[in-house]
Design a protein around this ligand. Structure first.
Ligand SMILES: *Cc1c(COP(=O)(O)O)cnc(C)c1O
Length: 466
């Protein structure tokens, strides 16, 4: 499999290069040149497989010669053995033909573990072969940081530096990051907000000298391997509910458009999906786009579903590329308009054939949905999941098709919002019950990119051992 940039001006890469690079040098994102195809018989055959086997089967075509099939099978087995549920991604029923896909049984209780547990192992495997290291630098507003740290802790080939805004992540989220004390893990609390952290990471990627000497790599969802790993659960859950004999609809709480884009990829690969519902909170750039054709930035409003508080969805560019027949010049032009004019419009006729629907859920409806789901389905859900449930109900057009809402986080990750809505405080699962007693390790640094860069240079093993 070869990978091309959405903007068409960066070198064509293989899987190994794409995983280690992250962002394309022309500013675009990498995409597989074509979608692997799975027949109805292929899809039926998933029914007898474990989650790890299904992942190995579905993802092998993306790897080309970069990873041998037997090595990859061992990797998926190891990655998903860290989940606390044997099904890895179990399904529960919450209503008539309505289901929850429970994506939160991984080590840090959010769906990001599904992809990052595998990505950590891929890094080790690909780097060990060539005897190299990478330095991962990322900014987090909460879930990505802890999932990436958990996936990379103790890995020989990786040093990881995660920037978070000091005092602005929840205590559970902070402790999930800072209580990991492996020597290759570095938590940096920045005296600033999340945008400051993200701007610093961007500046480090744009400093090509810094980027090259430290072999800086990205773990956010611009990395193709993240999206790729998320394709699997659409298939396994779809099959458990009757695909390919009947189509399935999914409602996906969305921020950066990575998770729902993986569902789109699954449909391109042969899974019959009737509706793919993009659910946003009041930061609704995606919902506005799918309903009007206009993609326009507005400010970010903090909500009780903070992992979806984004202004611009980084993965949206991948969808745009398909919408424009992979015409890199057109995509580059639209992205430039976004930069300069704050937005652009797409002719709605381009969207008419698509399986997407979209809607938004405000703060009050999020709380009401958390409360209602506990009352009517005896299930405690987190605020992100509630956004998915609310918008799924609103946009669903056919009650005969199973509607699966992706439950993206464990309620105990957002205990205050859940308690406020229901009066019930969700408990942390057993393996984390002592989170508040564990020792924390972090450094506080000023909001100054040069200071942060020198901290990273001083602690990255790639330099000290060169
Ligand atoms: C990251 C995250 C999302 C948004 O996923 P995207 O792939 O960015 O659209 C939704 N819910 C939770 C809990 C998350 O951590």
């Amino acid at each position: 499999m070869r990978y091309i940039s959405t903007r068409g001006k960066a070198p064509v890469l293989n899987f190994e290069e794409v995983v280690l690079t992250g962002l394309a040098r022309d500013g675009g994102l990498y995409l597989p040149e074509s979608w692997p195809q799975f027949s109805r018989d292929d899809i039926r055959s998933l029914a007898g497989m474990s989650y790890a086997e299904a992942a190995a089967f579905l993802l092998q075509p993306f790897l080309g010669d970069s990873v041998a099939p037997e090595d990859f099978r061992a990797m998926t087995k190891k990655a998903y053995s860290s989940f606390s549920h044997d099904a890895v991604v179990p399904v529960s029923q919450i209503g008539s033909n309505e289901f929850l896909m429970e994506l939160y049984h991984g080590p840090t209780l959010a769906f990001k573990d599904v992809a990052l547990q595998l990505l950590g192992l891929l890094y080790d495997h690909l780097l060990a072969r060539v005897g190299k290291r990478v330095t991962i630098v990322g900014a987090t507003s909460g879930d990505t940081g802890s999932a990436a740290i958990e996936a990379c802790r103790g890995r020989e080939a990786v040093d990881i530096f995660i920037l978070h805004p000091n005092g602005r992540v929840s205590e559970v989220q902070r402790r999930q990051m800072t209580t990991v004390t492996d020597a290759n893990v570095h938590n940096i609390a920045v005296e600033g907000d999340f945008d400051d952290c993200q701007a610093m990471v961007k500046a480090m990627f744009n400093d090509h000298d810094f980027r090259d000497t430290l072999a800086v790599s990205a773990v956010n969802s611009i990395n193709w391997a993240r999206v790729m790993a998320q394709i699997v659960y659409y298939f396994t859950v779809g099959v458990s509910l009757g695909a390919p004999e009947r189509p399935i609809s999914f409602s996906v709480p969305s921020g950066n458009f990575g998770d729902v884009y993986a569902g789109y990829a699954a449909s391109k690969m042969g899974l019959p999906i009737e509706q793919l519902i993009v659910a946003t909170n009041r930061n609704d750039i995606l919902s506005r786009f799918f309903n009007s054709g206009e993609y326009r930035k507005s400010g970010v409003d903090p909500t009780i579903s903070p992992s979806m508080d984004i202004q611009v969805s980084s993965n949206f560019e991948r969808f745009l590329a398909d919408l424009y027949g992979r015409d890199g010049d057109e995509v580059a032009e639209l992205m430039e308009k976004l930069d300069q004019d704050g937005g652009f419009s797409v002719n709605m006729s381009r969207l008419n054939e698509s399986i997407f629907a979209a809607g938004r859920c405000d703060e009050e409806d999020t709380s009401v949905t958390i409360r209602g789901t506990l009352a009517h389905s005896a299930k405690l859900v987190d605020p992100h999941t509630a956004v998915g449930l609310f918008v799924g109900k609103k946009c669903r057009k056919n009650g005969k098709t199973p509607l699966v809402t992706l439950s993206t986080a464990h309620p105990a990750k957002f205990p205050d919002a859940v308690e406020k809505a229901t009066g019930e405080r969700p408990a942390l699962p057993k393996h984390m019950a002592d989170l508040f007693e564990r020792e924390e390790r972090l450094v506080s640094l000023p909001n100054d990119v040069e200071t942060v860069k020198s901290f990273i240079k001083d602690h990255a093993r790639i330099l000290s051992e060169a």
